[in-house]
Design a protein around this ligand. Structure first.
Ligand code: SAM
Length: 252
C-alpha cells in the first residue's frame, strides 16, 4: 500500500454545510431505495454474527442516515433503548411521514407483515418493543452523558463530518468501559487523489482519512477486537478509495 498520506480532518462550518446540502439532495433522490450500502456493510461484517445473543442496554447509531445500519443488528441482540443521531434526521423523518398518506394504517400493516423491509423510523416505531430516541445533534458534540452507551455504530459517516478528532473523542466519551464500537469507513490516500480527480472535487465527502490515522486515534482508547483494511478491489468503491476499513473495538 502506498505510504504517502492525504488526510483532511478538519473543515470550516461553511464547507460542512455545503457537503450536507449535497447529502440532503442525495437522500432526496435515493430515499426510496431503502438501502445506502447497508446490506454491503452487513455482509462485510459477516452478518454481524459476532454480536449474536449479546445484550446491550443503550445502542447508539451516529450519522444514522435515512435507513440506518442498526436495523440489521437488532435481530441479533437484546436491546434496552436505541439512540439515533444525524444532523439531517428531522428531514428524514418528515419526508417519510409525508410519503405515507396514512401513517397509522401503514404501521398497522407493518405489524401484520414484520418481515417487510421499510424505512427505519416506521419500522422501529412500529415495533413496540423498541424505545427510540432521535437527535439532530452533530457527532462532534453529542447530547449524551459520559459512559451512557454500550454499543456505538459509526458506518460511512466520518468522511462527512466537520471535525474528525472531535467525533472520535465524542464516541469514546459516550461509550462505557467495555462497550463496543463498530466503525466502517472508506479510506483515502495520495494515490487516490492522483488517480481519481473526483475524490479531490468531491463535494459530499470533505474529510479524508487513511488507516494509519484511524489506528492511531483508536489505539488511545480502544482495544481492537477485529480490524480489516480491505484491499482496493474488495472495498466499497475501488475506483475512488484504496481501501475500506472495517473494525470492531472495545472501549478500555
Ligand atoms: C453516507 S450517509 C450514511 C448514513 C448511514 N450511516 C448509513 O450507512 O446508511 C452519511 C450521514 O452522515 C451524516 N453526517 C454528516 N455530518 C455529520 C456530523 N457532523 N455528525 C453526525 N452525522 C453527520 C449525514 O447527515 C448523513 O446522513
Amino acid at each position: 500500500m502506498p505510504e504517502e498520506r492525504a488526510t483532511i480532518i478538519d473543515i470550516s462550518q461553511e464547507r460542512w454545510k455545503t457537503a450536507q446540502k449535497f447529502e440532503l439532495e442525495f437522500a432526496q433522490n435515493t430515499i426510496g431505495s431503502d438501502d445506502d450500502w447497508n446490506l454491503w456493510w452487513m455482509e462485510k461484517y459477516s452478518n454481524y454474527s459476532f454480536l449474536e445473543g449479546k445484550e446491550f442496554q443503550n445502542v447508539l447509531e451516529v450519522g444514522c442516515g435515512p435507513h440506518t445500519n442498526v436495523r440489521y443488528i437488532l435481530p441479533k441482540i437484546t436491546v434496552g433503548k436505541i439512540w439515533l443521531e444525524d444532523p439531517l434526521i428531522q428531514y428524514y423523518i418528515t419526508h417519510y411521514l409525508n410519503q405515507c398518506p396514512s401513517t397509522t394504517d401503514m404501521i398497522k400493516s407493518l405489524i401484520k407483515k414484520p418481515s417487510k423491509r421499510v424505512n427505519f423510523c416506521l419500522e422501529l416505531f412500529s415495533n413496540l418493543s423498541y424505545s427510540v430516541d432521535l437527535s439532530s445533534a452533530k457527532l462532534e458534540d453529542l447530547p449524551y452523558k459520559d459512559s451512557q452507551m454500550d454499543l456505538v455504530i459509526c458506518i460511512n459517516v466520518l468522511d462527512h463530518v466537520n471535525n474528525y478528532d472531535s467525533c472520535m473523542s465524542e464516541m469514546s466519551r459516550v461509550l462505557k468501559s467495555g462497550g463496543i464500537l463498530i466503525l466502517g469507513q472508506d479510506l483515502t490516500n495520495a494515490e487516490d487523489l492522483v488517480n481519481c480527480p473526483e475524490v479531490v472535487s468531491d463535494i459530499g465527502h470533505p474529510i479524508k482519512v487513511d488507516h494509519t490515522i484511524l489506528d492511531d486515534t483508536l489505539s488511545r482508547s480502544f482495544e481492537t477486537l477485529t480490524r480489516k483494511v480491505l484491499p482496493r478491489e474488495e472495498g466499497r468503491n475501488p475506483e475512488a478509495h484504496y481501501s475500506t476499513y472495517l473494525g470492531v473495538f472495545q472501549k478500555k
